[in-house]
Design a protein. Structure first.
Ligand code: SF4
Ligand code: SF4
Lengths: 540, 330
């Protein structure tokens, strides 16, 4: 980190494409721009092929003899299985509308980070192997041979895409590079070419229930710490339950919320809210992960990890599930879970025990987003809120890629936010909602060895925050995503020092007036509440 | 290089047609056989293409949502950008197909010192795309006059509108101009913007030149060489009534026009031009975002290995008991 370039240097981006055509330009592994290769034990834990020690920058990737066959057969299989893939291989007109929409292209200027070229990396091989024109005309038809260099290029650039779908919003045919990256990574995984930052959490999640590998007693212990803090702040001792049969609701959140701040403040927020409502809910140490790094590996792995949500709901006999704040977790739950594991006929259509609202929009999947749940509470006046307690914060809202473009939960969090804070400023229109910018570290790229990549890819997001920071003095970036809570703080420190990051329910809990609580002097972070700084000083 | 190859390829097509008709006098080949063959390839090829797409299922419902989802009744859903039912999907698709909704969103990202990123309006691509596709369609429809005994009323109306400027003799059709201009712009854009030039393939330049050639020969015939329209109509009628005949008096320019069109038709199904059909099938656009309301079925869904709760408890039973977590087996 010592030699890490300054923001002024990093933002000096060269957009001039190289002289040499992209097909003939072998990939160069630039330090800081890629992650460590997967370790054998992580692949073994889930029975993935080709576990071995390898380094992405090494010449020899220790691939099986017939690697090429495996990939070509893999492509053929996926063409048969996914209309999206087949279609996206055929219909791109290379209009370039998607080109400057990708945060990685904006942040690096590397033409292969234009979504269209990222797709061409694989499309060129598709043409060679699966189209008559490509077979006969070769390069004239935009086709090229699959070589080791090409494979390496795939690896480098498919792990420089956060599957954020921003390109897809602008494409006239809805071509979704996220979908192509997902399939591209699936192919790479056939050869054991994952990154450890994904493979490790996947193995953890499979064996221990969550990405971080928190064992049951550790989960309880971590929550105990938070409960201590809550007691200090509110004077109330909360006693959540774990793996409790017969609870009405199973609550699942990404394990990041149980592990490190600022995610832990969000977790405190959930518990305070549920306590105040007297909600009959339980945590699970088995289904202790809402997120799903399997989704960044293969469809099958995602399904294997996701299975425990319904399985645990069934075992505990709950009525439905509430899910915490997480981005890709919600893409998976919203667009995949029911298809994989349903029908969830052992659950009931979610109905808020507090307001009686029936969540018709979750009629089949039977899982609701906590922002939907809380928005409904506020709308029905079930919460006593004192937004002044957040007056030390000037907040802006980051829409997470997956919840924005793979679901569309845009207004619920804003509605909540307006009720719990007094100072809320939107970032520029072209950088929020469906046009929101990725944190630059999604889809499992939030490692430390690829910090250059993350800071570059995060530039567009950070720059929009900087805009409201400079103009309105925004000092808090709120969101509903655990990866955001982990990755935005360093991004802010780098590009917009002075801006902190919070989950939505941290701010809710700050404002939430609980029955019988003592007069609060600090927020959940232990920082003095506005107007009380002086009191504190006098006291001390 | 890629530009040159594409240009030469189209030029070659012109030369072939010229030589075939003028030197070798293969009028029947160029006037009847090749057009028939091209048409068959086009129709057959497109059917194969669509069947191929159709043969792959849509395992997951993955619309790209571009607005507020349907959730609580008091939250206003964006029914067109994030539809939850058939009507909304039809609306969304209509906007996409007829008005290129997503392209309309286009922005230009600019980085200046600071660093400061700005996103400017960038509607030219949308405008050129609209101008190109719509004028192409209208030109095509106008050509139907060659295929019916009497020119149909709707076609007359379109012709009337298209020539409303009332200049020139024969009257100038606006779409002829617009089509040429739009194709030219799309070409300029490809070679003018460094990134566009970098990512463009022969597959991109070739159809542009081809379409430009078709439009140009058409314009030359109509406004400059004054081709014998009556004979052309006889030929066209012969083709559609399967009684092909080659009337006298059709200039070589017409055969070039027809040959380039044949080339376009034959090229169509194996090129990116299949987006004409593909746009309707795109699963990120043509599906309702009602995932949690209505279960989507994946035809190839298969059982997978999972780590069951029992296995988990076996791994951690003592630790769970120690932490006061209930277990199934004591
Ligand atoms: S916007 Fe769509 S069609 Fe245009 S280049 Fe990108 S992926 Fe291809
Ligand atoms: S999905 Fe996101 S990261 Fe990937 S190519 Fe598209 S815009 Fe870039």
């Amino acid at each position: 980190m010592a030699k890490f370039p300054k923001p002024e240097e990093l933002s000096n981006i060269d957009f001039a494409p190289p002289r040499k055509g992209w097909m003939d330009l072998p990939v160069e592994f630039k330090p800081g721009m890629f992650c460590h290769g997967s370790k054998p034990k992580s692949l073994e834990a889930v029975g993935f092929p080709n576990p071995r020690d390898w380094k992405p920058a090494d010449a020899d990737w220790k691939l099986p003899e017939n690697w090429k066959e495996i990939i070509i057969e893999g492509i053929a299989e996926r063409l048969r299985k996914y209309r999206s893939f087949r279609l996206f291989m055929d219909i791109c007109v290379r209009c370039g509308a998607c080109a400057d929409k990708c945060h990685f292209f904006i942040g690096t200027g590397d033409p292969k980070n234009m979504p269209v070229l990222r797709a061409e990396l694989i499309r060129s091989v598709y043409r060679k192997e699966f189209t008559t024109a490509g077979k006969i005309l070769g390069k004239m038809a935009g086709a090229r041979e699959l070589t080791l260099d090409v494979l390496k290029e795939w690896w480098y650039y498919f792990y420089q895409c956060t599957e954020c779908r921003r390109c897809s919003v602008f494409c006239p045919y809805g071509i979704d590079q996220a979908e192509i990256t997902i399939i591209g990574r699936e192919l790479l995984n056939l050869l054991g070419l994952n990154i450890e930052w994904i493979a490790g959490p996947v193995a953890n999640c499979y064996m221990k229930g969550n990405h971080l590998g928190l064992e049951p007693h550790t989960i309880v212990g971590n929550l105990e710490y938070m409960l201590d803090d809550i007691e200090t702040i509110t004077g109330k001792r909360i006693k959540p339950t774990f793996n409790r049969k017969g609870a009405e609701i199973l609550f699942v959140t990404p394990s990041g919320d149980l592990f490190a701040d600022p995610g832990t403040y969000t977790a405190m927020g959930y518990m305070m809210l549920f306590e105040e409502l007297g909600l009959d809910y339980t945590w699970s140490t088995y289904a202790s992960e809402g997120g799903n790094f399997g989704f960044f590996t293969s469809n099958e792995m995602a399904k294997r990890l996701n299975a425990k949500l319904y399985a645990e709901a069934k075992r505990l006999g709950v009525k439905y599930i509430i899910g915490g704040e997480c981005g890709h977790m919600w893409r998976v739950i919203h667009q995949y879970m029911d298809t994989w594991q349903g029908p969830a006929d052992f659950l009931e259509v979610p109905k808020s025990p507090i307001t009686g609202t029936v969540f018709e929009n979750a009629r089949s999947t039977k899982m609701i987003h906590i922002a939907e749940f809380t928005a409904d509470l506020i709308k029905n006046n079930k919460l006593k809120l004192d937004a002044k307690r957040n007056d030390h914060l000037k907040v802006t809202w980051h829409d997470s890629c997956n919840t924005a473009r793979g679901m569309g939960i845009l207004e619920e969090p804003r509605y909540i936010l307006r009720n719990v804070v007094n100072n809320f400023f939107e970032m520029p229109e072209d950088t929020i909602r469906e046009k929101t910018f990725c944190c630059g570290s999604g889809s499992g790229l939030n490692a430390s060895e690829d910090t250059d990549l993350r800071m570059k890819g995060g530039l567009p997001r950070a720059n929009a925050v900087k805009f409201v920071h400079d103009r309105h003095g925004v000092n808090m970036l709120a969101n509903i995503c655990a990866i955001d809570r982990a990755t935005l703080p360093p991004l802010m420190d780098y590009w917009v020092p002075g801006v902190k990051v919070a989950g939505l329910h941290e701010l809710v809990a700050n404002a939430l007036v609980m029955k019988g609580e003592k007069e609060r002097t600090t927020d959940l972070r232990g920082e003095p509440l506005p107007g009380l700084e002086q009191k504190e000083e006098k006291a001390s | 290089m890629r530009v040159l190859v594409s240009f030469i390829a189209v030029l070659l097509l012109v030369v072939i047609a010229y030589a075939g008709v003028e030197a070798a006098n293969l009028r029947f080949l160029f006037g009847v056989i090749i057009p028939y063959a091209a048409f068959i390839i086009f129709v057959g090829g497109m059917i194969v293409r669509v069947l191929k797409w159709g043969s792959s299922p849509v395992p997951f419902r993955i619309p790209t949502t571009c607005g507020q989802e349907k959730s609580l009744p008091w939250i206003k859903q964006d029914k067109l950008e994030n539809p939850s039912g058939l009507l909304g999907v039809i609306g969304r698709m209509a906007l996409e197909v007829l008005f290129f909704r997503s392209l309309f969103r286009n922005l230009k990202t600019q980085l200046s010192d600071g660093p400061r990123l700005a996103y400017g309006e960038a509607k030219w691509l949308w405008l050129a795309g609209m101008a190109f596709h719509w004028s192409f369609l209208i030109v095509l429809i106008r050509h139907l006059r060659f295929f019916t005994e009497k020119v149909l009323v709707p076609i007359q109306m379109i012709e009337g509108l298209d020539s409303f400027l009332q200049v020139g003799a024969p009257l100038l059709y606006l779409t002829d101009l617009v089509l040429l201009a739009a194709v030219f712009y799309l070409f300029l854009r490809r070679i003018g913007i460094p990134q566009m030039r970098y990512l463009s393939l022969i597959n991109d330049y070739f159809p542009l030149f081809l379409i430009f050639g078709i439009a140009l020969t058409g314009v030359l015939m109509r406004y400059f060489t004054k081709t014998d329209i009556v004979s052309v109509k006889v030929l066209a009628m012969g083709l559609v009534s399967f009684k092909p005949a080659i009337p006298e008096g059709i200039g070589v320019l017409f055969y070039i026009h027809l040959f380039l069109l044949s080339a376009l038709l034959a090229y169509f199904p194996m090129s990116k031009l299949v987006h004409l059909g593909g746009v309707f099938l795109s699963p990120t656009r043509n599906l309702a975002n009602n995932n949690r309301m209505k279960r989507h079925v994946n035809p190839w869904n298969y059982p997978v290995h999972v780590h069951t709760y029992q296995e988990y408890e076996d791994d951690f039973r003592e630790k769970m008991k120690g932490a006061g977590i209930p277990v199934e087996k004591e």
